[in-house]
Write a protein that binds this ligand. Structure first.
Ligand code: CA
Length: 245
């Protein structure tokens, strides 16, 4: 990893919503990158994504400092955030349900570990290829994966916004899949909430000049592109760039 410089950019836009329930972390010092998209109406969504953005980087740093292995540290961080969000929901008047997605990447030595719960996504852009590193935990996507729906039907299904796994959900027990990758020079890692990813194609990620632009400029461009195409949601993007020194 010594031959890389890691630079990051991040941007979150409220868009046309009355509040912004998305949160992001782009923290090269703690080696943690994260996007969380809260839900639960009123202040619940903001509180849930805020708890995820506070708790996950802290637990990851603590566990890795204690020499936990990375997949284990990721599961513990997600489990702790999950429980804190469930507890916060129960403390609210009316026992209101709140939750949040979370997609994160954490660096340990020369590897990165990516995990997601919900429908926020991580993409690896490498040369002229884009790979989605996370699975969407929507009912529509699960039906597409088992062949009940075609990918096109899934895109238009009423189940496309219904999450079956997220933080703040009692059934999260089996946790998230943790996906390792070893960065190469020129790679870009892109994390985004669905307000971003629903309005971008793989082609956009390859063609929009990310390999030349600095990561903050590219994050700004991608958010502006999603808003320009009519995204009415909160729009959030984190870009991690790996370049030679
Ligand atoms: Ca959203």
């Amino acid at each position: 990893m010594a031959e890389f410089v890691i630079r990051v950019g991040g941007r979150s836009a409220q868009g046309r919503r009355p509040n912004n329930e998305d949160r992001f972390v782009a923290d090269p010092d703690r080696h943690v990158f994260l996007v969380a998209d809260g839900m639960g109406g009123q202040e619940g969504g903001e509180q849930a994504s805020g708890l995820a953005a506070d708790i996950i980087p802290r637990v990851l740093s603590d566990r890795l400092a204690a020499l936990d292995d990375a997949p284990n540290a990721v599961q513990k961080a997600l489990a702790e955030a999950n429980q804190a969000i469930i507890d916060a929901g129960q403390r609210q008047s009316g026992n209101r349900k709140m939750g949040t997605t979370a997609v994160l990447a954490v660096q340990l030595d020369d590897r990165f570990y990516v995990a997601g719960l919900g429908d926020s996504r991580a993409y690896l852009v490498r040369a002229d290829r884009v790979e989605q590193l996370t699975v969407d935990h929507t009912v529509a996507d699960a039906l597409a994966r088992n062949g009940t729906l075609t990918p096109d039907q899934a895109k238009n299904s009423p189940w496309r916004n219904v999450l079956y796994k997220f933080l703040g959900c009692a059934e999260m027990a089996e946790g998230a899949e943790v996906r390792p990758f070893t960065p190469r020079a020129g790679d870009r890692l892109v994390l985004g909430s669905d307000g971003l990813t629903n309005f971008l194609t793989d082609d956009d990620l390859i063609r929009s000049g990310g390999h030349q632009a600095n990561p903050q400029e590219w994050a700004d461009q991608l958010v502006e592109a999603a808003l320009g195409r009519g995204s009415k949601d909160n729009v959030t993007c984190v870009v991690v760039a790996f370049d030679r020194e």
